[in-house]
Write a protein that binds this ligand. Sequence first.
Ligand code: NAG
Ligand code: NAG
Length: 277
Amino acid sequence: MERVLKAAAMEDKTVILVPLNAAWVRPGSMIDLFMESLSIGNGTRKLLKHLVIVALDDKAYARCFSLHLHCISLKIEGADFEGEKRFMTPGFLKVGWRRIDFLRSVLQMGYNFISTDADIMWFRNPFSYFQPDGDFQITCDQFLGNPVDLNNRANIGFQYVKSNNRTIEFFKFWYLQREKDPGHLDQDVFNSIKYDPYVRKIGIQFRFLTTALFGGFCQPSRDLNKACTMHANCCAGLGSKLHDLRIILDDWRNYMALPSSVKKSHPPSWRAPKNCR
Ligand SMILES: *[C@@H]1O[C@H](CO)[C@@H](O)[C@H](O)[C@H]1NC(C)=O
Ligand SMILES: *[C@@H]1O[C@H](CO)[C@@H](O)[C@H](O)[C@H]1NC(C)=O
């Protein structure tokens, strides 16, 4: 694992991590849409060499190698990842928690990371859009207008976390909560412990990312001149996600083909969510 992270890391020891299972790596499935977004995004293709696939089963691991990417195997025994991940089933919960523990170990090795779900399309380089400070930057289902307001409804599908003592301690604390809160989703637990006095004591600085740049189907970005990422959140079912993200990729291609004067004067908006609505 250390060897893979080292090979993939940027100069400042940052890696991009995307977890995938068998259903999401099938040809034409989520992995292909995700990689396509990075290759047609503006200035994002160069990020591919920093991308590490975190394979949750053997099929995902094998497909990763066929794509010539950096691959880490994070096989989770006893959970069924062959089918589509079902929301709130024990397998789904287990994957989420195992991922938190994995991210903690990445931080402890001294690596910063962006952890991204594969159903997030990348159209611009996010590093140009992050807040200048903050330990832990995270996207939102609902952004209320202020990046430091803890009431912003976080979506943990996209997180940019710097490795330091505060973030390592926070990830340990977050993971410990799974015993207190069995049957709760890692994301729901995040949205509750962000207020915890102990978290305040750790002193970790959260920065919530605006949906105007880091949007999703819950709260879409309106201006394609600004959109950085687009997440198929607020959407159940792999089929619906794939259908709508294909529309999003088409929208982006059409937008990029417009003359720059039209991009500025008449920026189009997204035609999805459709099936995800
Ligand atoms: C793409 O990136 C280049 C270089 O940063 C920039 O000049 C251009 O305006 C960008 N195009 C769009 C559509 O964002
Ligand atoms: C983090 O904690 C370790 C162990 O407690 C300590 O040695 C190190 O100096 C700390 N690093 C920072 C940047 O505070």
